[in-house]
Design a binder for this molecule. Structure first.
Ligand code: ZN
Length: 206
């Protein structure tokens, strides 16, 4: 799916989450929170494709991310006391960010389009929120945006490696379209029309 499609998909998921927020473990109150939530969902919806222009960097990114994780993991297992004297809270944050950024850069529609990436984002956000106050609804929004992106690409012919790295197989919806095709454009326009109608009727504009 192209970036415009992902934005429309993110908007749809964001509006749906607000509509059904009483069923979700989040609270979104007032127009400011609503707008911020939608913006965060739409940023999340672009995140998995951040890798596309970084092939050169990506070549080294994956081994670096693996090495940092392995080193930190090994230190934690064999020298737990050393681990906590060497790695304080800020250090953990820096390490977690490095690993996440490098994983994104190295992905090429692999890591960032899997269920593992959603789990990784959730863990990362809960790590970050131990030092910075990030309201729950914004954390939720970012993960929701990422999920909407993966769903969007799940609808394309190419599909997504949902279970990467367990299997590299691409999964796709039985009814799929080609990225950039007129079918995709029709879906995108339909999503925008539905969203505008939903938002307008919710606010009593029509
Ligand atoms: Zn994608």
């Amino acid at each position: 799916m192209m970036a415009s499609g992902h934005q429309a998909m993110g908007l749809t998921w964001g509006v749906a989450a607000i509509t059904f927020s009483h069923l979700l473990p989040i609270e979104i109150i007032g127009i400011n929170e609503t707008i911020l939530f939608i913006i965060i969902v739409m940023i999340g919806a672009l995140l998995p494709d951040m890798d596309s222009k970084s092939s050169k960097l990506g070549r080294y990114a994956y081994p670096i991310a693996i090495s940092v994780t392995a080193l930190a993991g090994a230190l934690y297992i064999w020298q737990p006391e050393q681990f906590w004297t060497f790695i304080d809270e800020e250090m953990t944050f820096v390490l977690a960010t490095i690993v996440l950024v490098f994983f994104i850069l190295s992905s090429h529609r692999t890591w960032t389009h899997s269920l593992l990436f959603i789990a990784l984002m959730t863990v990362y956000l809960s790590l970050v929120s131990t030092w910075f106050v990030i309201p729950d609804y914004l954390q939720y929004g970012l993960v929701l945006g990422v999920a909407s992106h993966i769903f969007g690409d799940f609808l394309t012919k190419r599909g997504v490696p949902l279970l990467h790295p367990i299997t590299k197989r691409n999964f796709r919806f039985p009814l799929s379209f080609r990225t950039g095709s007129s079918a995709e454009r029709i879906v995108v326009v339909a999503l925008i029309v539905i969203n505008v109608w939903l938002i307008s009727s919710r606010n009593g504009w029509i």
